[in-house]
Design a protein around this ligand. Structure first.
Ligand code: FEO
Length: 397
C-alpha cells in the first residue's frame, strides 16, 4: 500500500495487516493497519513505527518520499509492540537526532529494548517543539491505554495523531472515514472501544473535558489503527463521549453455554420474556460467538442474563473465559441475572452471580436453576425472569 499525503507534507507511511485475526484475544476479523506518519519539514519527523514484520512496507513507503536516513526526529506515542517493535531497527538505520516520548514512554522503551544510549527527549503535556514551519504539541494520555501513551497535535492543521485512541481494527485500501461506509466504520470503532478502551472510560471523560477546556481545534484525527477521521472527526469524539459514559440502552443480552440443550431451552424462554416486554434483545450461544463480539454488544446493553450448565462443580469453560475477559474490561451500570441447568450439584449459577457482583452488576435474584431438563413450569419461570429483567431495566433507562 503506497504512502498517502493526508495533509500537505504529512504522509501516511504505515502498513496494512490483512491477515491478522487475533489481537490478544480480540477477534480482528477484518485485519488491521499499523499507521505511521512522516512529516516533511526542516526537521523531518516520523510519528510511530509499525509492527515487526512490516519493516519493508514502512521503509518502502518512506523511501518513496525521502531517504529514511534523512529523518531527524522519531516520535514514539506508544510503546506497545505493534507500534514500537521496529523502533530499534529504525533507530539503528536513521540515527535520529532525537526520540520524543513521554516520561513513561522512556521508561517503557528501556524496559522493552534495554537501550540507554538512544537520544531520548522526554516531553510532557503542554510541551511543544518546532519542526520548522510546523510545531508539534504533546498531550500525555496515561492509561489510554498504556501508561506511556500520548498524542501528538499539529496546531496549524488541527491534526491529532492519537495513537491507539479513536482507532479501529479494520484493514482497507481506503485511508479516510469518508471513503468507507460510516456505519461499518463506527461498528469497528465501537468494537475497538469495547475491547480495548472500556476499562479506562473515566479517563476518556477527563480527556474529552480537557480537550474542551483548552478548546483544542480538531480537524483531523489520525489514529494508529484503521482509518483517519477526515470528514467528521467530531463524530468519533461524540461516540467516545457516549461510550465512555457507559449509559445503557433498553437492550438486554442473553449469553449462555449449554451442555445438552437444557440451558439453551432456558435461554430461549428468557428471550421470550424479554421480547414480550419490548426490550431490544440479543441471544449469544458461546459455542458460536466470539468473546470480543459479545463485548461489543455489552457496551450499550443495560442487562446481561448469563447462563451456564454446571460441569464438574463449575461453569462451562467457555463461560469462564468470557466472564474472565469481561471482568477485566470493567463494564459498568448493568443489571445481571444468572441461569443454568445442572445434574446434582449446580454451582454454575452461584459462580456467575459472584462474578457479576464483583463487576458491580445489580444482580436481580439468586438465579434460576433447573435440574436436568426443564419442565413447562420451569420454562415459565424463565419467561418470568426475562420479563422481570426487562421491567427493571425499563425503570432504569
Ligand atoms: Fe495498538 Fe496499544 O497498541
Amino acid at each position: 500500500m503506497p504512502p498517502i499525503e493526508i495533509l500537505k507534507d504529512i504522509h501516511w507511511v504505515g502498513a496494512i495487516d490483512w491477515n491478522i485475526r487475533d489481537f490478544h484475544g480480540y477477534s480482528v476479523d477484518r485485519g488491521t493497519t499499523y499507521n505511521a506518519f512522516l512529516l516533511m519539514d526542516d526537521k523531518i519527523t516520523l510519528f510511530d513505527t509499525v509492527k515487526k514484520g512490516f519493516k519493508g512496507d514502512l521503509l518502502e513507503n518512506i523511501r518513496k518520499i525521502i531517504d529514511p536516513t534523512k529523518i531527524d526526529y522519531v516520535v514514539v506515542n506508544h510503546v506497545e509492540m505493534d507500534h514500537s517493535s521496529l523502533v530499534p531497527e529504525i533507530t539503528e538505520l536513521v540515527q535520529p537526532e532525537k526520540i520524543f516520548c513521554s516520561e513513561m514512554g522512556k521508561k517503557n522503551l528501556l524496559a522493552h529494548f534495554h537501550t540507554e544510549n538512544w537520544p531520548y527527549e522526554v516531553v510532557k503535556t503542554g510541551d511543544s517543539i518546532s519542526l520548522g514551519k510546523r510545531t508539534v504539541q504533546f498531550i500525555e494520555t496515561r492509561m489510554l491505554h498504556w501508561p506511556d501513551s500520548m498524542f501528538s497535535y499539529i496546531p496549524g492543521d488541527g491534526l491529532l495523531i492519537s495513537s491507539d485512541a479513536f482507532g479501529q481494527h479494520l484493514a482497507t485500501t481506503e485511508r479516510f472515514d469518508d471513503e468507507v461506509d460510516l456505519s461499518l466504520l463506527l461498528g469497528h470503532a465501537a468494537k475497538y472501544y469495547a475491547n480495548i478502551i472500556l476499562p479506562y472510560s473515566n479517563l476518556v471523560q477527563k480527556l474529552l473535558a480537557q480537550v474542551k477546556e483548552i478548546d483544542l481545534k480538531v480537524d483531523m484525527i489520525a489514529p494508529d489503527h484503521g482509518l483517519i477521521w477526515r470528514k467528521n472527526p467530531g463524530k468519533i469524539l461524540e461516540c467516545y463521549d457516549e461510550w465512555s459514559q457507559q449509559r445503557s440502552k433498553f437492550k438486554a443480552l442473553v449469553i449462555y453455554d449449554t451442555m445438552w440443550h437444557s440451558t439453551e431451552m432456558m435461554a430461549q424462554a428468557i428471550m421470550e420474556g424479554l421480547v414480550e416486554e419490548g426490550v431490544s434483545a440479543r441471544s449469544f450461544d458461546l459455542a458460536v460467538s466470539h468473546r470480543s463480539d459479545i463485548i461489543t454488544e455489552v457496551l450499550d446493553a443495560g442487562a446481561l442474563i448469563i447462563g451456564s450448565s454446571t460441569l464438574n462443580n463449575g461453569m462451562l469453560p467457555r463461560m469462564a473465559d468470557l466472564l474472565h475477559y469481561m471482568r477485566g474490561l470493567r463494564p459498568a451500570n448493568k443489571i445481571g441475572a444468572a441461569f443454568g441447568s445442572y445434574g446434582w450439584s449446580g454451582e454454575a449459577v452461584k459462580m456467575i452471580n459472584t462474578i457479576m457482583e464483583e463487576m458491580k452488576f445489580r444482580v436481580l435474584d439468586p438465579g434460576t436453576r433447573v435440574q436436568y431438563v426443564p419442565t413447562q413450569d420451569d420454562l415459565k419461570k424463565c419467561v418470568d425472569l426475562g420479563r422481570k429483567v426487562a421491567r427493571t431495566l425499563k425503570e432504569q433507562v
